[in-house]
Design a protein around this ligand. Structure first.
Ligand code: 3DU
Length: 226
């Protein structure tokens, strides 16, 4: 992920949920400007696992392939899910932490990179957000590669950066949910996840380029890109 970020000069991950057109065409449009794509459950349910596998095969090495099924089951089931996610060709996966047991899941052999949700973007995620510090600690103790932090709540992004200086912070919520591209990077995130602003645009390529350019401009001005 970091190598792609370096070579493309981008901190953009495009979220593929409700993809209105043939996914491959859309991904080709944004490939130049994005470090990776994040595949959500709406994508899987609409296009099926074979399409997900083909997407991973097509873009392996040129995009970081992140699976976002927000896994939250008992540890043996999450371990099995991660094995199958790996077999589909993903590099990383997003997991919930509130259910407990992430430590045993993280020791599973040849698992994808793991990113733990420590707070969410919507206002109603009060219960989860209230436990942000404990969830962050659990994620760090389990040796997860990174955390998912809400771009809509910059104070949480800042706190996560402070608590987890070495973790890779992914921030969804940029664009359709309000925050401007680059704002989560300013707050301390490493990557911004952008869905509808790009995917629902009539010109996804230009939308992705615009996000990448704003990220560069804002991060350079604030000198925050690691
Ligand atoms: O709002 P957008 O269309 O840019 O999509 C945001 C994506 O990030 C979407 O895939 C959603 O599942 C994910 N996400 C959040 O929006 C908020 C979170 O706290 C965690 C993940």
């Amino acid at each position: 992920m970091w190598e792609l970020a370096e070579s493309k000069g981008s901190r953009l991950i495009v979220a593929l949920d409700s993809v209105p057109v043939e996914p491959r065409e859309l991904v080709e449009e944004v490939e130049e400007y994005a470090v990776g794509v994040k595949v959500g459950l709406p994508f899987l349910l609409r296009w099926g696992p074979q399409a997900v596998k083909e997407l991973c095969e097509t873009f392996r090495g040129t995009l970081y392939l992140l699976c976002d099924f927000k896994l939250a089951d008992i540890p043996p089931v999450v371990a099995e899910e991660l094995k199958l996610i790996r077999e589909l060709g993903f590099d990383g996966a997003i997991v919930h932490l509130f259910q407990g047991g992430i430590e045993s899941v993280s020791t599973v052999a040849s698992r994808p990179d793991l990113f733990g949700l420590v707070a969410m973007t919507h206002q109603e995620s009060r219960l989860l957000d209230a436990h942000f510090e404990e969830l962050t600690r659990e994620a760090l103790e389990a040796g997860l590669e990174g955390l998912v932090v809400p771009a809509t709540k910059p104070e949480i992004v800042k706190a996560a950066r402070k608590a987890a200086p070495g973790a890779t912070l992914l921030a969804p919520g940029v664009g359709a949910q309000g925050p401007k591209p680059g704002s989560a990077l300013e707050a301390g995130a490493d990557f911004e996840i952008v869905g509808r602003l790009i995917v629902a645009s009539s010109d996804p390529r230009s939308a992705a380029r615009a996000v990448r350019d704003s990220q560069r401009a804002r991060a350079n001005a604030a000198r925050v890109m690691r």
